[in-house]
Design a protein. Sequence first.
Length: 99
Amino acid sequence: MLRGVNRLATRPNRLAHTNLPALRRTYASVTDLSNYPKPGDQLHGFTLKRAKHVPELELTALQFTHERTGADYLHIARDDQNNVFSIGFKTNPPDATGV
């Protein structure tokens, strides 16, 4: 088992010789709302409800609703390479005992 791990660790990195900046995605400015769908537009089964630019945080918030399920989706568009994804479910307890 250890021989296999050592062999994997000594393999050369295939991305070491690539031009990593060329692989990075280029982003449009998030301050221009004309680049985004308009309220009422549909995109992949979602309908845009609201779009708002928040200059204090340098972001644009887009609120969508999924047509079939009614699920809410909030997209935060920002010129930042750090991204996060989260799903929240409402999980009510079966009774009021707190357990």
